[in-house]
Design a protein. Structure first.
Length: 198
């Protein structure tokens, strides 16, 4: 079955749809479309309605439907070739582009702060340095950078840097997966503790 490309109203390619399932451009599950062409996020929260086959928009004049019980999610999908960008659509007063926020990738300044996972803390400073505080009071430091969907961490004493794919981002959490050719890696979900690094 052929996939359908998904775009923001401004024309940026952000994902695709295979049948009723919606995915981010990296193949991660985003949500589903029901028989009324309403679109729901993976957790059952209403996202918007499918518009002109390639966009998900929300009419601000309508009440939001109640949260739905999510179906069993599909497996991750191998992403198709990127469809590239499209020309921006004409403004639609009273509507918002919900894919714009749902697929937003963070900029450098948005990641600055302290993040926590499993009792450990990762502090990302605005000057591009980081401090990794572990449970045993062991600390690691080095530099970090972000470009598109990739976060790169370079420890001072490490010969090679670690690169993480940004799977999902919000102001409260960050989901990463380390990129490795030699071993299997798993998702890491970090929660924000503060908007300032220590």
């Amino acid at each position: 079955m052929a996939t359908t490309s998904l775009f923001t109203w401004s024309g940026q390619y952000v994902g695709f749809m295979d049948g009723k399932w919606l995915y981010y451009c990296n193949g991660r599950y985003l949500g589903w479309r029901d028989h009324q062409y309403l679109v729901w996020q993976a957790d059952g929260t209403f996202l918007g309605q499918l518009v002109e086959e390639h966009y998900v928009m929300r009419n601000l004049a309508r009440c939001y439907p109640a949260r739905q019980t999510p179906p069993v999610p599909p497996l991750p999908h191998d992403p198709p070739l990127s469809a590239g960008s499209q020309l921006p659509q004409q403004p639609r007063p009273g509507w918002i582009d919900t894919l714009e926020a749902a697929t937003h990738l963070p900029f450098h300044h948005e990641l600055v702060g302290t993040w926590a996972v499993d009792g450990k803390q990762l502090s990302l400073a605005a000057d591009g340095t980081f401090l990794w505080q572990q449970e045993s009071n062991k600390q690691e430091s080095g530099s970090w950078s972000v470009q598109a969907a990739r976060l790169t961490i370079q420890e001072h004493e490490a010969k090679e840097c670690a690169t993480y794919l940004i799977l999902e981002y919000s102001s409260e959490y960050l989901i990463l997966r380390e990129l490795s050719d030699s071993r299997r890696t798993f998702e890491i979900k970090l929660h924000r503790l503060s908007n300032r690094s220590k």
